[in-house]
Design a protein around this ligand. Sequence first.
Ligand code: FES
Ligand SMILES: [Fe+2]
Length: 439
Amino acid sequence: MISKELNDTFTLTGPGTDVGEVMRHYWQPAALSDELEGKRPVVPVKLLGEDLVLFRDSEDKLGLIGRACPHRGADLCFGRLEDNGLRCPFHGWHFDRDGQCVEQPGEPEGSRMHEKIQNTSYPVVERNGIIFTYMGPGEPPEFPNFDCFRAPDTHVFAFKGLWDCNWLQAMEVGIDPAHASFLHRFLQDEDPAGGYGKQFRDKAANTDIPMTKLLRDYPRPDISVEETDYGLRLIALRHLDNGKTHIRITNQIFPGAISIPMSREMIITQWHVPIDDHSCYWYSMFTSFDKPVDKELMRAQRLKEHRLPDYAPIKNKSNNYSFDPEEQNRETYTGMGLDINVHDQWAVESPGTIFDRTKEHLGKTDVAITKYRRMLRAAITDVKNGNNDALPMLNGVDPAQIFGPISNDTIGDRENWKEAFASSDAERREACSGWDAKI
Ligand code: FES
Ligand SMILES: [Fe+2]
């Protein structure tokens, strides 16, 4: 458990807060490219407690600017998308993609007042279906060479979902390798052949054992955590009765992302981004080492579970996450259906939007959470001391040399599990023909 003060420090992310400042030193997902499809590419974005509007101008370039008009605060999401910018419907002030006011049509002829009106504006970059922004000081950092950024657009599918909880709760479920044996337990094993686009529905590597069975039969993983250039590597070993070991490698990417295997074909890189302190979005990039991703199928699977335009899950607190005690007896550990996103959503939302961590009791399997919080505290201190060069990924390592991260499930001999996971990952990368996945 931690003190109330430290819990506040870890969870609050608005401008000027400790973690808010740490997060602002990194690129953060602001929207899906999908959200700007359609006739009028203008969407509201709320990020780290700041209200913004994202739009595509007539040169096809993106702008992310303050949502409140600097004149008298009217909502620029209702702006007129014209003249290569966004025009406020109240008095016609016009803003370009950099937030500069370029015209005030009601002010006296020849007025140059507009030159001094600069709206908030943040740089944006579009990568494989996600629009990222940098809301921090100075020049934005370079992107690391992660698989989700190296792979071509054909091999990456991006999606997002809304969770009614603080970002840290969402992140911490992703660095908790023990929960998969319980929260995501299926009492029956589906045919793995029908598992495309779903997590834990594949067979465990080089075996015919469905992942669901393996997780169910071996609920006490031996978990260790290593520090890396990008954050943490989590190793969960499940020692099987036949003398072999199942090895699951997942990652924390500092500050708010994780990378995990989804199946042998795909990995997931997932950011947990604060909307405000009581809600967050997960943004996922699903990267394939094999065939191009079937985006239509993956989108359709997920749109069935989410409501647009805000990507709010259809199963949620208001309908008890569709909890069915009969199903809980027969089929799933949660009784909340087969979509594991719903299980995670219940796990992170039900403690309350900001969990009171003075009441928690962390066990041995929570080791990655403890290590992560230590890393976050160190980063807060570094930012406060102006020691930004000490932050993970910004500490002098060449981002172009930060690959992977390796996220993999494999099975090997108990003694040489290290070689087993390295060679199984290398094999998958060698075999990748759609793009150069070698590291
Ligand atoms: S409030 Fe926007 S132009 Fe007046
Ligand atoms: Fe989970």
